[in-house]
Write a protein that binds this ligand. Structure first.
Ligand SMILES: [Zn+2]
Length: 456
């Protein structure tokens, strides 16, 4: 059996290789360079972001004989013995399965003995929050007066379960959730080295599903490769992970602009047929409208975590919704999410909620009203929001709905132009101007269309 899972194969061996935790790597390396070593470290943060990996690299670096700029060399005896799991000076303990007082007592005994080859005897306790209260108390005694050679590195996903008396004796480091782009870059590197072709959308799907945990992303990547082979596209990933098709969210926002009620039933049906979770769907929809709002506020997609293709689609909404309408939609969806959790018939509730959403009339705020009146635009003439000119969206096979959408765009545009010109054209008959016959007939045609007096 030669196969090694990606997360293990690509486990960083030096600080430089740890993804997304540069703030920690830098501090720890400086501490080693300046020989300011603490007796206890606490690594806190979500799962799969590099806590245990960093703890191992730190342990190795502390005992390494040819440490270069704070990094372990991975060549000397102590580095090699740790890498082949034979080190007697670096002891890894799983807090979840060694949580009882007896185990901590034997740990206290082990702490007393000096290291065999390295400078320090290092104890890495993973999931330290799982220890019992008695165990923590026993550990506290050792932490209060540790022998010169002993160093503890604790890792935890639940720092609030660790007693403050322990935390206050440690140097605490908070690990971050890894950013979407950092995960995508790492997966691209892995794919390239294994000659696997994978597109940007597929990488985005995996990285989003991993929710900031690189280890989860690597496991999903392995799964996708087993399923799809060496050539992977977004459809394969979407099918394998049974992801909700992102296009569906765009259909809803388009339906709101087009007042296309049928979508409510079609979408609710496709959620049901695909076996997607309604709560996941609402959360995705909330994120979608949040993305539209940030795109409108920022005038770019810097706050949108998605593929380039999808980001472009968000840009088309810049003039389509008002901020107040989006806030209203978000508030409404939040309410729907709570109702869905308690509902016995989620499909029906979804249909009603989506119909209601599509039927929401756009609001005009007092400020907008005043602005419009000052500009000579009364509510019925006020500037209409522009529908996105998206003609083709991903996987959209409904030609009918696309045509309807195009018609709508043209009508909105025409109306806007005539609203703008109306007051100026009406005044032209009172002004002494020299114009050609051609221009005069054109103006008359416009005035006729607007129902005004004829110009001679
Ligand atoms: Zn070394």
């Amino acid at each position: 059996m030669n196969y090694v899972v990606t997360a293990r194969k690509w486990r960083p061996q030096i600080f430089e290789e740890v993804v997304g935790q540069e703030h920690i790597s830098k501090t720890v390396k400086n501490a080693i360079i300046n020989n300011r070593i603490a007796h206890a470290y606490l690594f806190a943060g979500p799962r799969g972001v590099g806590k245990t990996t960093t703890a191992r690299i730190l342990a190795k670096a502390l005992n390494c004989k040819n440490n270069i700029d704070g990094e372990p060399c991975n060549k000397c005896d102590t580095c090699n013995s740790f890498n082949s799991s034979q080190s007697l000076d670096i002891i890894e303990i799983d807090g979840a399965s060694n949580r009882r007082i007896e185990e901590i007592r034997s740990l206290r005994e082990a702490v007393k003995y000096a290291p065999t080859t390295g400078t320090y005897k290092i104890f890495i306790i993973d999931e330290v929050h799982m220890l019992t209260t008695e165990s923590f108390n026993a550990l506290l005694k050792t932490l209060e007066e540790p022998p010169e050679h002993a160093i503890f590195i604790f890792a935890t996903t639940d720092v609030h379960k660790v007693p403050l008396t322990i935390i206050s004796r440690c140097q605490r480091f908070d690990f971050r959730r890894i950013e979407l782009d950092a995960i995508k870059n790492q997966l691209t590197k892995i794919a390239n080295s294994d000659s696997i072709s994978i597109d940007d959308q597929a990488l985005t799907f995996i990285a989003k599903k991993a929710d900031g945990a690189l280890r989860d992303a690597q496991s999903l990547f392995d799964q996708v490769v087993s399923f799809g082979g060496k050539d992977i596209d977004a459809t394969v990933v979407s099918k394998m992970l049974n992801l909700i098709d992102e296009d569906i969210y765009f259909k809803i926002s388009d339906a709101i602009l087009n007042k296309h009620y049928v979508e409510a039933y079609e979408i609710s049906k496709s959620i049901y047929d695909n076996g997607w979770n309604y709560i996941d769907f609402i959360n995705g929809l909330l994120e979608h409208f949040r993305n539209i709002l940030t795109t409108i506020l920022m005038k770019d997609t810097s706050f949108v975590e998605s593929s380039q293709q999808v980001k472009k689609m968000y840009l088309e909404y810049i003039d389509a919704f008002s901020e107040s309408d989006l806030l209203r939609i978000l508030k409404y969806l939040n309410k729907v999410e709570k109702e869905l959790k308690a509902s016995q018939n989620q499909k029906l509730l979804m249909e009603i909620s989506l119909s209601h959403l599509i039927g929401l009339e756009s609001t005009t705020t007092i400020t907008e009203l005043i602005k419009n009146i000052q500009n000579g635009k009364f509510p019925e003439n006020a500037e209409k929001k522009k529908c996105p000119q998206r003609i083709q969206s991903i996987n959209n096979t409904e030609t009918g709905s696309i045509e309807r959408r195009e018609e709508k765009i043209i009508i909105t545009e025409e109306k806007k132009t005539s609203d703008f010109e109306k007051p100026e054209v009406r005044n032209i008959s009172n002004v002494d101007v020299n114009i050609s016959t051609e221009e005069s007939s054109l103006i008359n045609a416009i005035i006729n269309e607007l129902g005004g007096r004829e110009f001679k």
